[in-house]
Each structure stands twice: as C-alpha cells, then as structure tokens.
Design a protein. Sequence first.
Length: 256
Amino acid sequence: MNRPLMSYVKTATVTHYMTDKIGFAGSQATPDIASIASKLSSASEKTQLLYVRELSGAGEPGWNILKEFLLGRREEGANAVDGKAYQVLLKAKSEAIAVFLATYFPNGVVPLPSVQAEDFAKLQKLLAALDFQAADQLTRELMCSLAGLAAVQRKWLYFTEVDGLPIEELQAIDKLWMVYSEGKFGFSIQRAIWLGLGKNWDKMWPKIGWKNDKNWTRYPGQFTWDLTAPRGHLPLSNQLRGVRTMEKLLSHPAWD
C-alpha cells in the first residue's frame, strides 16, 4: 500500500532539516519541499511546472512527492505537469522509482489508442526522453501510415488526405506532444497561434520559428530540437510541402 502524501511531506521536512544541520547539500539551497507538496495539487499549471522542477532537485523525498502526485491524477487525464513529473522520475536514479513507473505507467502517462499501438508507444518514449527530432520524424511516418499506402510510399501527406486522418489517433499524437513539451508543442498549439493571428500565414511562420525574415528555416540544422524553441515550433508536419496541407491539418475536425 502506498503511503499518503503527507507522510512523504514529513520525510521531506526531516531530510531538509538534516541537510541544513549536516551541511552536505552543496552551495544551492534545498527547496522547501514540504511547502511545495502542500500546494502542488491546487496551484496553477504554470506554477505546478515550477514546483516540479524544484522537486526534481530534491532527491528521493522530491521524487516520492511526484510519485504520489501522479498516482492521484491517474483518472484526471494527463497534462503538461504530469508529463514533466514523469520525465523527472524517468531520470531518477532509484530502483524503487523504476519499479513504480513499470508498474503504474509502463508506457508513460498518456493512454494510447489501440490502432498502431506499438508506434504510439515508441512516440511516447521518444517524447518523454525529449528526443524531439526523432519524435518529429516518427510523427510524420505515423501520420502517413494513418493516411494510407500512397502517403507511406511518397513519405509525405497530400492535402486531400488530411481530412481522412482518424480523429482519435490525431488527437493522441497532439496530446503526446503537448504533455511532454510543457505545453509548448503540438498541432492544437499551432492552431491556437494561427487563429490568434487571424489565420495570417505571413505572421505565423516567423512566430513559430519556421521563417526568418524572407528565409525559410532549413531542415534539420536550423530548427530547434529542444524546449528553447518558440511555442508551436514542433511538430513540423508538412512545413516543407506548402500551406494547403497545414491549413487542412489545423482545420481538422479533431480540434472542434
């Protein structure tokens, strides 16, 4: 049986006290994780992300709080905070945490569709590991596969094929990108930016880092494959194939 969250808060408080007394914590101050734990569930998403980053540096007491946080949210539907917490635990050098993740989140925090489950599981693994370039390539391959054999053979989507993409699978791809990018990447993020700019493509491309002045961003070296990229920078989808496919994608019924 899992200990309640407050028991981890007590453990964290004792650890914090002992660290201060013994003085082996190094030059950086240990975060007040007891206080963070008491506020984590009720804070705004932006503040929760900040708290998760602080807990990531607190060692096992912080990991245990994140573990309880994820367990408490299993029925809520994953968001960017869940993704960040999972990423922190994935990197934790703890056998107990590894067992916990294998038991409760063997494929990650986002439930996967049954269609092409193996590919979706691989995409989740890449995104959780922040391997955005490999995830972008797999996303393109996965969408071509969903579109049909002709798209698979040419390795890109034609605009007339976009409407036929299944809603559930397209939403799952978008969800994975959002959850593991702190809410910065995904088709729905790109759509929100596009709509916010009045569907003006000339404003859209530089906003998301796909164009600089009159020069298109060159693939792959000029794209940014980490979280320092502009909001909406990824996935690339059919950026190199013109506006019509992109417009169809951002107008898909999946986002209604």
